[in-house]
Design a binder for this molecule. Structure first.
Ligand code: SF4
Length: 367
């Protein structure tokens, strides 16, 4: 039997070297700008002042007191981002960030909301592993390589393919069948994993084989920038990357100024989509957000590393800054403090594990 699922939430923080860390799930990555501002204020008041974007389009606050002050938990709860104490760690739903805004074959934002509500309504799904991932793709194929457990790929507004364990196996469904079918399969997985400790669908091949699935044609890889969603003006939206996924207070202020009462979409590639804010790109760049696919910060990601992580053998943030500071054009690169390679992208990239600066420069083709 595998070790217990230790995925953190707000009600079950992780103890890191730099203090407590909490993770917030944001189905589809959507969060009102004012809520983002509130979280940023809480990060400044209680933690290290930064909101860390996750590879599942969520947020983490770090450097918090351990144990967490009840006033902090109350304040996070008051934002409305913890609608279910029992299900907070299972609301892992990633959707195409630009859905309903630009491109795609269908708008899956309504399905994202409906799936979230349906998950919360099932008491048995509170036991789903915190690593279990639902993916809703609006037909453009941008989120299909995120190692989904259960998913959906729209082929049009009327329906598409239900996906199980990956992008290439599933069954045809109408749009109205998507949520109940996903919930039914999640319940069946929750029952099938009992006594196995399995975290993912692909760990139970016999269960998958029992589902009568059919091969699904995988779409050609979408054309995107290094951050997954193209950066710059996309339709009327501003699409930006956040250097090292660390969103600072001044950057949140710039984001709030750009979208006002609107919502922001966090992408699984440590970026933000700001609907209707293409005209604010110069101000967002001024705040340090990346608006250009060619910029070094758009190409480079890193795990949190030392000193925040006990396993880290290097200070990844310092080394990343030194690498970018050299002005060398970078290929897609991920920097890790140890062999775990947390947050590494799924696509092709230069994989750097605890290098010296000289080793890193050599690996990316610089001098
Ligand atoms: S890759 Fe290693 S050093 Fe980096 S955050 Fe993960 S465990 Fe820590």
């Amino acid at each position: 039997m595998r070790a217990a699922d230790a995925c953190p939430g707000v009600l079950r923080p992780h103890r890191a070297e730099d203090g407590a860390m909490v993770r917030l799930r944001l189905p589809g990555g959507r969060v009102p700008a004012r809520t983002l501002r509130r979280l940023s204020d809480l990060a400044a008041a209680y933690g290290n002042g930064v909101l860390q974007l996750t590879s599942r389009a969520g947020l983490q606050l770090r450097g918090l007191p351990d144990p967490l002050p009840p006033a902090f938990v109350d304040a996070v709860t008051a934002t409305g981002l913890l609608p279910s104490p029992t299900h907070e760690r299972v609301r892992n739903i990633v959707a195409s960030p630009l859905t309903g805004l630009h491109g795609g074959r269908a708008d899956v934002s309504g399905l994202t909301r409906d799936l979230d509500l349906a998950l919360i309504a099932e008491p048995a799904l509170a036991e789903l592993p915190g690593r279990f991932l639902f993916v809703l793709d609006d037909g453009r194929g941008d989120v299909l390589d995120l190692r989904l457990d259960l998913g959906y790929r729209a082929t049009g507004p009327e329906g598409g393919q239900l996906l199980v364990g990956g992008p290439d196996l599933g069954l045809p469904v109408t749009a109205g069948e998507v949520v109940p079918t996903l919930v039914g399969l999640a319940l069946a997985f929750a029952a099938a994993r009992t006594d196995t400790g399995a975290w993912h669908v692909r760990e139970l091949p016999a269960w998958v084989a029992s589902l009568d699935l059919v091969p699904v044609p995988v779409p050609a890889a979408p054309v995107t920038g290094p951050a997954g969603t193209p950066l710059g003006a996309v339709g009327g939206a501003a699409s930006v990357a956040v250097p090292l996924a660390m969103l600072t207070g001044p950057q949140v202020a710039a984001v709030e100024h750009a979208v006002g009462d609107g919502a922001v979409v966090i992408t699984p590639w440590r970026g933000l989509v700001l609907p209707g804010a293409a005209g604010s790109l110069p101000a967002l760049a001024e705040a340090g957000l990346v608006t250009d696919d060619e910029g070094a910060w758009a190409q480079l990601s890193a795990c949190v590393g030392a000193p925040a992580c006990a396993r880290g053998r290097i200070d990844t943030t310092a080394l990343a800054s030194a690498l970018v500071g050299r002005g060398t054009q970078l290929p897609r690169t991920h920097l890790s403090g140890c062999e775990r390679r947390c947050g590494a992208p799924t696509g092709h990239h230069v994989d750097l594990v605890a290098p010296t600066l000289a080793e890193a420069v050599h690996a990316v083709g610089g001098r």
